[in-house]
Design a protein around this ligand. Sequence first.
Ligand code: ATP
Length: 527
Amino acid sequence: MVIDMKINLQWLWRHVPRFELVLLALFAFPGSFEQVANGWTFGQIPAMVAAQARERWRFVLIAVGLYVGTYVFSFGFQFLMQDVIRRANIALKSTMLRGSFASGEDQNVGLNRMTGDAVKIQDQYFNVIAAIITAACTAIACAWLVFTSNWQLGLIKIAFSFLAMLPMAFGAKFMARLGQRWSSANAQTVSAAKDWLAGRVDVIQYRAQDTFFSRVFGALKVSEKRQQQQSNGQLLMWTISALFAVISFFVPLVLGFWFLQHGLFAVTASNLIVIMMTGDSISYNVRAVVQYWSQIAGTRELRQLPEVPDLRVASTDLQDSSVALNQVALSFGDQTILRPTTLRLAGGSKSLISGPSGSGKSSLLSLLSGWRQPTAGQVQVGAQPATPTSVTYITQQPWLFHGTVRDNLTLGQDFTDAQLQSVLADVGLDDELGADPLTRMVDPQQNELSGGQLQRLMIARGLLRKRPVLLLDEITAGLDDANAASIRDLLYHLPNTVVEVAHHYDPQQLAACHVQHLQLTADHTLA
Ligand SMILES: Nc1ncnc2c1ncn2[C@@H]1O[C@H](COP(=O)(O)OP(=O)(O)OP(=O)(O)O)[C@@H](O)[C@H]1O
């Protein structure tokens, strides 16, 4: 199953409590009455010149009530909107993180999406939706006042106010393209900067500061240029729209004077003031809606999150720990990585796979672990297809995180201290990590555990889960012979089925422990 993640109004409807959205909609309209209050109040002034004091007081009270009411609702609207944005941000960022995790994409891409793209979506989508609602409600309220003041002149004013929409309507696609170009340039900058920072040691020792910095600097200049182009595009759209807005203001004004002068359509000074003051708000807000809309169009690519593969793989409770490959083959495009292979490794057996670099050893192990699917054939662990949750797969890159040894073993799951002590003893770490190894803090940045201790901790983490099959990819690569031999001694005496990939091994140890030695040849055949 694949979840298609498109951030749009339906998505908001699904992720924000509906009562809050309904309340927001109820507050939006009365909260947008400021321009109506202005138009109505100023429109009344000519009539108030000759009015009684009582009538004037009444007028002032109504006007004050109108303004205060508007501001109270407007406050409520903004307040609720902040809460909606908070909830939407939580849903958005957690969806992005889960998506990155599920797809196994590069960390930089995932983090850049959460820090850069998510902030942009907040600024240019969530905030802009709020602005669109306010502007649209204001435009509707003003149109109603204008229309009811003098519908003929009002109609002319409204018709002209729509003129301002034209440039933006035609520019939406253009803006979307600019937005997408900026986003990809920004991702490249972040990735180049991350490479540079990560390679500090090599960059310094090989004196590659200048060449490498110019690479980052080049990417930075491109991304800033793209952002400038996006802003310029917006500026251009706004300017053209503003010219249209000038026409939409002055043509109805001139017509209004002419109607007034010739006594046409019962136009009065009062409703001319209302229409010119409030009608201008129509065009302004309609223009704002269209501008915001183009801004939203610029985030269309950004709001389309990558498809998320479903990671709910079956966790199998294996009785039979044999591993079988039935005519399994793997290729990447037209590159053959593994020729069709049939093999059965008995439950509890120990195997070591060696072969030249690039022959496909790691790829074979990823097939056995279920992380990669074969191009042909089937990999079975016991009676089931191989899945990442049914085997233990340990790679050369141990994952240690900041926390205690206990945290690193349990990963927050329920295990008793007795179980933890027992696996630490199995891998010989019960004495080496201090008096109370479980509470010992480990910091991945400090390299305070030796390579061998680290790998044994990873094995203990796997053993704790009692998976009958252990897959090990070059776990002794960074270790000296004595450490490698002692880790192997441990592995070869476990009851589990063990499949290890290694370049370096001790043939005597393999023979002594009855380890089956398989070889992947340079032409990708397992023998
Ligand atoms: N995701 C991938 N896409 C395309 N090609 C890949 C991918 N993963 C691996 N390869 C290619 O498959 C081939 C086998 O790679 P693999 O890492 O399995 O070899 P290996 O025998 O483990 O090598 P080494 O001993 O150097 O670690 C290589 O040519 C590699 O470039």
